[in-house]
Design a protein around this ligand. Structure first.
Ligand SMILES: Nc1ncnc2c1ncn2[C@@H]1O[C@H](COP(=O)(O)OP(=O)(O)OP(=O)(O)O)[C@@H](O)[C@H]1O
Ligand SMILES: [Mg+2]
Length: 493
């Protein structure tokens, strides 16, 4: 790709960008949230048309109009946001738009498609996904695996992965990496977009960096290091990756006793004190999210008691939870965290309209100043507060979700994968906010699949295994190995 330019209305998103990919290489595309990575890859796959520039494939000029044509040219993409159609089955999603039919007829070869779907999932080492199941009933991590299986089954020569591991845990990531390396060995060129530095250095051969829509440089992994890449990305030093917090815990804020949901989780008991950060680790499907969904009143509790500041509380719905002062940043911002068609401002104030209104009328001034403060504090890249949230880059959307919950001034804040898709500078900003909230006395429950994050940010860590608490560790002495052992049901630790 050469000389690529792209504007959305008055906003210039890419300026004179170059990008090249060889056969048999894994090429990282990096840059801060909003730098233009997804946009560049959407141009390569024909979802957006470039305003200027050229694309060559095997030396030949190529015009890519639409995903279908990109697939014909051997280019497949796994999008940053999940794109499955929830009402269709796994198999139907895998073969959407390229259904197999009996020769010369329009009759669908259901059995064959189902068989190939199983094979595609087995290749990824995924078990427990029934090809007949509705995609919408799968967990986020499982949906991501289905998306990956779909892209793989296209047998593409160019495979673009935009944050493929965001919803996966270590074990799935291992399986995926094995497969990516196999694909490289067979000559596939892979573009890998991720904010996880450890992954980039473990997996990739070269790194290209974008900053504010411009190409900054391309380096071989062997010739560069983390500090250099961060400097290329942000143009400045970012300081500590995991800022330290002064630890001083207050009284017990939240106590959960024998919580069950009658399905995934059973007999969950823990407590969190004011100013404490409790991390929850575990593999995909281990029940981490189910705990907080039951706690927040999204799913029905089937036994168990909850106490807030020593008082029993009855939480039967999210409204009860919010009224009790509990905030919940969900893991899937697209379907649960944001209303995409509303503006940044509207999304931020949605949870707390009462606080911005007098006598039922929203006071614009208060709302405006809160929103402006949040945009500044979280460093959210948006043209203005009235832009639809849909138009923000992935990481910036995540920050809007966080802002929304800060509006209610929570007593307990639950964070499910709070930095998913957020760039390295933005992560540090979110960690600062977590620390700030903790020193203000908020009790924080943080689910995270990124072990360095759990270890650095938590005071204590609960490790889940098959719906139960397998270990309750002091973060000071916990290690990645101990967490992984407990998460896989190894009781020897
Ligand atoms: N359809 C659109 N309309 C208007 N602006 C858009 C649209 N799509 C993207 N943008 C803007 O283009 C810029 C680049 O967005 P892009 O999604 O490419 O960033 P990114 O590098 O992928 O970021 P992230 O790491 O957060 O995913 C952002 O400022 C974003 O708000
Ligand atoms: Mg993106």
């Amino acid at each position: 790709m050469r000389g690529i330019c792209k504007s959305f209305g008055p906003v210039e998103v890419l300026r004179d960008v170059a990008f090249s990919l060889c056969a048999g290489e894994i090429h990282a595309l990096m840059g801060e949230n909003g730098a233009g990575k997804s946009t560049l890859m959407k141009i390569l796959t024909g979802i957006h048309a470039a305003d200027a520039g050229e694309i060559r494939i095997n030396g030949q000029p190529a015009v890519v109009r639409g995903t279908r044509q990109a697939e014909k040219l051997g280019i497949a993409i796994i999008h940053q946001e999940l794109n499955l159609i929830p009402e269709l089955s796994v198999t139907e999603n895998l073969f959407l738009g390229r259904e197999l039919t009996f020769a010369g007829t329009g009759i669908l070869r259901h059995g064959e498609m189902r068989r190939r779907a199983s094979v595609a999932l087995a290749r990824l080492n995924v078990t427990g996904i029934d090809p007949d199941r509705e995609a919408g009933s799968l967990s986020i991590g499982q949906q991501q695996m289905v998306e990956i299986a779909r892209a793989l089954s296209l047998d593409a020569r160019v495979l673009i992965m935009d944050e493929p591991t965001a919803a996966l845990t270590e074990r799935e990531i291992d399986a995926l990496f094995r497969l990516i390396r196999e694909l490289r060995a067979s000559g596939v060129g892979i573009v890998y977009v991720s904010h996880r530095m450890e992954e980039i250095f473990a997996l990739c051969d070269r790194i290209s960096v974008l900053r504010d829509g411009q190409f900054v440089g391309c380096e071989a992994i062997a010739d560069t290091d983390l500090d250099h890449v961060v400097r290329m990305m942000v143009g400045r030093e970012i300081g500590e990756r995991y800022p330290k917090r002064e630890v001083s815990h207050g009284a017990e804020r939240l106590r959960v006793e024998h919580l069950s949901d009658g399905g995934t989780i059973a007999d969950i008991s823990f407590s969190v004190r004011c100013g404490e950060v409790l991390g929850i680790a575990g593999l995909m499907g281990s029940g981490r999210t189910e705990i907080v969904r039951a706690l927040f009143g999204v799913t029905r509790k089937n036994g168990g008691r909850i106490h807030l500041d020593g008082q029993p509380v009855d939480i039967a719905s999210p409204a009860d939870a919010i009224a009790a002062g509990i905030g919940y940043v969900t893991e899937d911002r697209k379907s649960q965290g944001l209303v995409l068609g509303l503006s940044v401002r509207e999304n931020m104030t949605l949870t707390h309209l009462a606080g911005f209104s007098r006598g039922g009328v929203i006071t614009a001034a208060r709302e405006k100043s809160f929103v402006a403060r949040m945009i500044e504090r979280l460093n959210i890249r948006t043209r203005d507060a009235d832009l639809e949230v849909r138009a923000l880059s992935g990481g910036n959307q995540q920050k809007v979700v966080l802002a929304k919950w800060l509006a209610i001034r929570p007593r307990v804040l639950i964070l499910d994968e709070p930095t998913r898709g957020v760039d390295i500078g933005g992560k540090a900003e979110i960690y600062h906010i977590i620390n700030q909230l903790a020193s203000d006395g908020v009790a924080i429950v943080m689910i995270s699949s990124e072990l360095p994050e759990v270890l650095s940010m938590s005071d204590r860590i609960l490790v889940m295994h098959e719906g139960r608490i397998a270990a309750d560790l002091d973060a000071q002495t916990a290690t990645q190995e101990r967490i992984m052992h407990a998460a896989t049901g190894d009781t020897q630790c």
